[in-house]
Ligand binder design. Structure first.
Ligand code: MN
Length: 358
């Protein structure tokens, strides 16, 4: 009994003492509240806040967010689209969502750098889990992805999708256009334009999604831009191209200005193909092309694109089977994290979160 009293009183007494001695020292240190220790993905009761995790252990979710399909009060739902049936060269992007989740745990450990922002104090983010589709019935996959995405978007959650090969962006664009109207503007970070002509609109082809998306009016080429391109196409279909080489010869701000000027205030979908990065920074991808952006360049550009009127975002083409030391998965997780910081800024500072219940 005495022991219990002592244990209960002592921390309070100490706390009081500390309050008088220093204004900061009574702040709870990480891990002191046992309710917040470990497996936040399944133990945390709200989509806000963070838990203290052993970075190397525990239940995986993207950034340790609640693994749930409950979207009440949720700002952002993250979902995986584990597809690699549309790749033309190296497969393995079916493991992309899992790889990005694993790499993301490091980023949930500390407040943001720079800025020291606790992202999840203000932005409610959940991991919705992966899109389910029947791999043995390829023709049913596009509709399954579109339906999965629509279900989330119609609940007014901002959808951040983790690919999967780049084909997934086509049904994702359809889902976003169905809710937000068409055409959308597209910002595409990529080594490839993916507007190569194709004869069959139901092809599972990760090089022709935007050929179809433009022809079907899902995206407006006149207000769309592709960044980091370094492969040839006879016809870019009117989309503005910023080649990787141009980026290397100009300043970050020049790239940012070009992108912002092109898309203006139009509803914009951001798709980030990790092969926009040079193979040195993203070896784990299906169709690597030399001469690309560094991870640092991509982060610097993305951080300055906060003012854009986003309706959705994806990050695709991470193939952990070709990765080394999680370089590529970590780059993808970091870029997604940086994008969430932009959304948090919209909500808290600009008070103009894209849509929803706020
Ligand atoms: Mn690409």
């Amino acid at each position: 009994m005495l022991g219990i009293i002592r244990y209960r009183l002592l921390p309070n007494t100490l706390c009081l003492f500390r309050r008088f001695t220093s204004s900061r020292s009574h702040t709870q240190l990480p891990g002191e509240d046992s309710n917040l220790r470990g497996d936040g993905a399944i133990r945390r009761t709200a989509p806000y806040g963070s838990t203290i995790e052993q970075t190397y252990a525990g239940v995986l979710s993207f950034l340790r967010r609640n693994y749930t399909r409950n979207l009440n009060g949720v700002d952002v739902a993250v979902t995986g689209i584990p597809l690699d049936l549309a790749t033309t060269y190296r497969p393995g992007t079916r493991f992309g969502p899992r790889g990005i989740r694993e790499a993301s745990v490091q980023l949930s450990e500390l407040k943001s750098y720079p800025g020291g922002i606790d992202l999840f104090e203000d932005l409610s983010v959940v991991d919705y889990g992966d899109c389910w589709f029947d791999m043995s019935q390829p023709k049913t996959i596009p509709a399954a992805i579109e339906e999965h995405a629509q279900k989330i978007i119609r609940r007014n959650a901002f959808l951040l999708s983790l690919g999967g090969d780049h084909y997934v962006t086509y049904p994702l664009l359809k889902a976003h256009a169905a809710v937000h109207g068409k055409p959308l503007s597209l910002i595409q970070f990529d080594a490839h334009c993916d507007t190569w002509p194709d004869r069959h609109s139901d092809s599972l082809n990760h090089g022709s999604m935007f050929y179809y998306a433009i022809n079907e009016g899902l995206i407006d080429p006149e207000t769309s831009i592709q960044v980091g391109i370094r492969t040839h196409n006879d016809n870019f279909m009117g989309v503005k191209i910023i080649e990787a080489d141009w980026i290397h010869r100009h300043k970050t701000q020049n790239v940012v200005d070009e992108i912002k000027h092109r898309v203006g205030n139009n509803p914009t979908y951001l798709t980030f193909d990790i092969d926009c990065l040079d193979p040195a920074f993203a070896p784990g991808t299906g169709t690597p092309v030399c001469g690309g952006l560094s991870t640092a360049q991509a982060i610097a550009i993305l951080r300055r694109l906060g003012s854009i009127n986003y309706v959705g975002m994806d990050i695709v083409e991470v193939s952990p089977v070709y990765d080394h030391a999680n370089i590529t998965s970590l780059a993808a997780a970091t870029l997604a994290y940086e994008f969430l910081l932009l959304l948090r800024h919209k909500k808290v500072v600009d008070k103009c979160f894209p849509f929803g219940h706020h």
